[in-house]
Design a protein around this ligand. Structure first.
Ligand SMILES: C[S@@+](CC[C@H](N)C(=O)[O-])C[C@H]1O[C@@H](n2cnc3c(N)ncnc32)[C@H](O)[C@@H]1O
Length: 267
């Protein structure tokens, strides 16, 4: 039996209605910004930046594209190396945060739109980067990344996530809470195999972080589709755990970085 790229595409394709995607991300932008900004101090020490530094992937001339750049938090860190930065996102609300963050870098370009309708020039960027975005969800998307990259492509993904308080909520409700579909272990499996079958030599590195984190009751209520009955049960549980409005949880996160060079294997 011959295994083809299409067999692996199912691991990365997600049922996300594109026409509703912009609205969905616009609605999520405020909570995403607040959640990620809170951990900005930890963020600068993220493995992805250590990895880029160790591998000397960027220099002052590097042209970088961040697909689904969101609030621009990665672009801000990339600006330590280069000012030739481009970020694209379908959500104008996400981009509004990014514009504010990158206002001190006039060369940085922030584009509103679907990246597949925007970038078609071969070798346009030295590094094509995408973190936690459903924008890369097909063989065609990976082919396009390879086309517009001159040197490297990099994808970052959460492959495992646990929050002890969230687990208690799930136990109380007797069901799993909604997770964004693009944070999935099988995604990495699918992408790696597609790239391998295309003739690339992708590397996967993992980073595990376990840390104590604090949230408000609203943080656990927001974005969760609880029934009225569940809302009462969850509020009761969270009220019993909070101290001065703050709930402490232990969070475990495993992230994967997939890095590949544009150059294909000679075999
Ligand atoms: C989970 S957020 C991640 C944002 C950012 N990469 C980060 O890690 O902070 C996913 C982002 O992908 C964007 N996105 C989804 N589909 C897209 C597409 N086809 N083209 C451009 N951006 C897209 C969303 O609007 C959203 O801002």
């Amino acid at each position: 039996m011959v295994i083809t790229m299409n067999d692996f595409e199912q691991y990365i394709q997600k049922d996300m209605d594109e026409s509703r995607a912009e609205q969905m991300w616009d609605n999520k932008s405020k909570s995403f910004y607040e959640r990620t900004e809170k951990t900005q101090q930890q963020f600068v020490r993220e493995f992805v930046f250590t990895f880029i530094k160790e591998r000397k992937l960027l220099n002052a001339q590097s042209r970088v594209l961040d697909i689904g750049c969101g609030t621009g938090r990665h672009l801000l860190e990339f600006s330590a190396y280069t000012s030739y930065l481009t970020g694209i996102d379908i959500s104008s609300n996400m981009l509004a945060y990014a514009k504010e963050k990158l206002q001190h870098i006039p060369q940085a370009k922030l584009i509103h739109g679907n990246w597949m309708n925007t970038f078609t020039t071969e070798n346009e960027f030295d590094l094509v980067f995408a973190c936690m975005t459903p924008a890369i969800a097909s063989i065609e998307h990976i082919q396009r990344m390879n086309m517009i990259a001159k040197k490297y492509c990099m994808l970052e993904r959460i492959v495992y996530e646990k929050d002890t308080v969230q687990e208690e909520i799930e136990q109380r409700l007797g069901r799993k809470l909604f997770r964004l579909p693009h944070n999935d272990k099988n995604y990495v499996y699918g992408v790696w195999n597609i790239l391998w079958l295309m003739g690339y030599c992708p590397e996967v590195v993992f980073d595990k972080q376990v840390r104590s984190t604090t949230h408000t009751i609203e943080d656990y209520m927001r974005d969760a589709a609880y029934t009225d009955e569940e809302k009462t049960a969850v509020t009761q549980l969270l009220n019993a755990k909070q101290k001065d409005g703050i709930i402490t949880a232990e969070e475990s996160v495993v992230k994967a970085i997939i890095l590949w060079k544009k150059e294909k294997l000679p075999c």
